[in-house]
Design a protein around this ligand. Sequence first.
Ligand SMILES: [Fe+2]
Length: 338
Amino acid sequence: MTDPNENNKNNSIERQIKSSQDGQDSYGIGGPARGAAFYRSIHVDLYSAVRFCLTTNINKEAIEQIVERVVQAFQENPFNDLLFLAYADAKEDYLSVHITSDVIFSVAFGVNLGLSRSDVMDIAVCAFCHDFGMADYLSLFQKTTKLTAEENILIQKHPQKSAEIFKPFFSDKIINAVIDIHEQFDGNGYPMRKAGIEISTIGKIVAICDAFVALTHSRKYRKAFSPYESIKMIIKQKDIIFDPKILKKFINFLSIYPIGSLVYLNTGETAIIVGSNPNKPTRSIVRILLNIKREVDRSNRLINLLDDPMLYIRGCVDSTEEAEILHFLKPRGENEIS
Ligand SMILES: [Fe+2]
């Protein structure tokens, strides 16, 4: 079994580097300090459960056990390392990595919404199940040229295929939400062309996380977009694909510079967004990475921008600059992952 983290050569590494800096326990803001290894083991076990169910057979108990661990991790610590690991890009086995990241973001969003544990569990299972039907269309999924009309009709069968696979195992509430993932708020989605309130809330919650995960991961035909570029594209689909209420909550959860973004502060320092503050989408919680001389800042300073009105985010590091910063960090080798 390949560890998804070993495959990545792009933007997830720098997030892992920062999350496993020497002696650094974990990103944890609040909650018990669990350590990077704790979250990495949940990430690897979730990925393994997805791969097992995709390649062998559906194991309901194993699914419920692993999503329970993900839910527990976020209820303990709403902004933990799993969010950074969920940016892991796949060199191969795109579908398993995609589903793994969908579960993580959907659970984190569900917990951020303050939903009950059983509702968050339903969201997690829905995110786990919804793209299994895509396994029949992997060649189309990774096609580098535009899909033909026939191919589009085919690939749009995947939600119902996923529902057929999991109907014997999970509730109608979850299975109906699985079918809703690609419905659009304006009624132009598939498979049922449902609109507005006809679409289940679980379906809407997983749908926006699924879109964010898809955009922040590379495909054969395009590079990954940065979290900031991705959330801007999602905002453009307000009232079209996404329910405006759910979208507003999603921005509140991730913030305008989404968790995982590299940003420049007005001090000239470079930081990473590690958490958000309710109803303050631009006043997030940051960890300082580079000082004003662009040297690695080893203090691991965590700053809540709400506490310091003089400090603000001057701008986002775009994906090209991000790679440069990554390159800048590496030569020193101080922050290599063990
Ligand atoms: Fe899908």
